[in-house]
Ligand binder design. Structure first.
Ligand SMILES: *Cc1c(COP(=O)(O)O)cnc(C)c1O
Length: 448
């Protein structure tokens, strides 16, 4: 195929299989002037998820002291990236237009990554279901604190939560599940970091490793759970609960933007740059944002050159029926949170009508941004979480990006554009690991 690429799609696929960075505009989204209505979910689902998180807030505040001041709501800051904007090279700065913000999910409490949204929400859904089935809750009282009782704990202790993870989802489900009194099994894929496993084992979580990738770990976990009716599998490849947990971020983002004085609308478009693995996190936030901001938000999914599973699925239309191995890629990346070979079954399809596009980047580029973020903003992120930083430049500088802005009638509105780079993980990474990341970033970085 590399020698006879003729159509646009073939050209992009040739680049993808060559592990060359691409910036791809989703033609379906380009043509839609409005958000499609028949998605199978709507704003009501997002609001319902937010309401559930609100009901559980007193429970979370009691379990996790770091949530006390926020009343049990797990949320991250939205920060104006003054420092990062200032240290851009003259070349990049010359083409940059609009406002640059960072959505600091790297510092989300309880789990230290974006998985504190979906993973924790999925555990709460199951806990609520069990509590209702066992008469632990009276919904009319709206008081969820009985879930902290020893009676509730003894019910939860009879059940096992199971999950497959590249690391961070395991951390979030493990911490939340163990907090409520569940047994938790985490099937870790081969790229999961040692410290994540240790942290879980210290909380009594069973960590299972068989040296397989994320897709294979999902299969093992799913099989084990199917054989035991007291095991509940949180399925990152299929879970609408995870997805809805993530989607709530959009409601919170809207309030934070208003607080900072940004009014998203026809004259002030919003651009989100979302590091993407299986697609649940990035997809859930894309979905929620489309429900909240409509056609005024433009979402781009960021993936490593060796693991572009969601973008590959959208380009080919094959979604979870194609894997990055099928086009000769290896999944070899330091961005462990994004090291996924096949997308979520339903998220990939949904993204076909919602995501504006996707782009891929090398590990080296992620390390460059990791160090830039540290030097300019003093934020410590993991390599996966740096992938969003490349988005604004790619949109504003690439032919594809410029064409997108023209086609959408946004080219002359970009001075008022709001770019939000989503940093998705890092605050739990031990200091010694951060030091290693920085060392690696600086060793590989050419002197400017
Ligand atoms: C899991 C993860 C993502 C992506 O989330 P998906 O749901 O897999 O798309 C991004 N960044 C980090 C740090 C993650 O752990």
């Amino acid at each position: 195929m590399k020698n006879c690429a003729t159509t646009e799609t073939e050209k992009v696929l040739a680049c993808l299989s060559n592990a060359d960075p691409i910036f791809w505009i989703n033609p379906q989204c380009l043509e839609n002037d409005r958000v499609p209505e028949d998605l199978g979910f709507d704003l009501t689902d997002v609001l319902e998820a937010e309401a559930r998180l609100g009901r559980f807030a007193p429970v979370l505040a009691a379990l996790f002291p770091e949530l006390e001041s926020a009343g049990g709501i797990i949320e991250s800051d939205l920060a104006v990236a003054h420092g990062f904007r200032k240290q851009m090279s003259a070349e990049v700065s010359a083409c940059f237009q609009g406002h640059l913000l960072i959505k600091c999910d790297h510092a989300l409490p309880v789990a230290g990554s974006i998985k504190a949204r979906g993973g924790i929400y999925a555990v709460l859904c199951f806990a609520e279901q069990l509590a209702l089935a066992n008469g632990l809750l009276d919904l009319s009282l709206k008081d969820f604190t009985p879930l902290l009782s020893s009676r509730a704990r003894s019910v939860f202790a009879r059940y096992t939560l199971s999950v497959a993870s590249t690391g961070n989802l395991g951390l979030s489900v493990g911490i939340m599940g163990a907090g409520l009194g569940f047994s938790v099994n985490v099937f870790m894929s081969t790229e999961a970091k040692e410290w994540k496993k240790t942290r879980l084992r210290d909380r009594g979580v069973r960590v299972i490793e068989d040296g397989s990738d994320f897709t294979a770990a999902c299969i093992s976990a799913r099989e084990e759970a199917a054989a035991d009716n007291r095991t509940h599998f949180i399925d990152d490849e299929n879970s609408t609960q995870l997805f809805m947990g993530y989607s709530v971020a959009a409601l919170r983002l809207k309030r934070q933007l208003i607080d900072l004085g940004y009014n998203i609308g026809p004259e002030s478009p919003l651009f989100l740059y979302l590091p993407c693995g299986v697609g649940g996190g990035a997809g859930g936030i894309t979905f929620g944002s489309k429900m909240v901001f409509g056609e005024h938000v433009h979402c781009f999914l960021a993936e490593p050159v060796q693991a572009p599973c969601v973008t590959l699925g959208m380009i080919t239309g094959k979604h979870s029926n194609i894997s990055v191995y099928d086009i000769g890629l290896t999944l070899d990346t330091d961005a462990d949170g994004l090291a996924v070979s096949r997308p979520s079954t339903f998220v990939g399809q949904l993204m076909s009508s919602l995501a504006s596009g996707g782009y891929t980047m090398t590990d080296k580029a992620m390390y460059d941004y990791l160090i830039d973020a540290w030097q300019s903003e003093e934020i410590e992120i993991e390599p996966s979480a740096a992938a969003g930083f490349d988005g604004p430049v790619r949109l504003l500088q690439s032919d594809e990006g410029i064409r997108y802005l023209q086609k959408k009638g946004l080219a002359d509105k970009m001075d008022q554009a709001v770019h939000v780079v989503w940093t998705t993980g890092g605050s739990f990474v031990p200091a010694s690991e951060h030091a290693l990341y920085r060392k690696k970033a600086l060793t590989d970085k050419p002197k400017k």
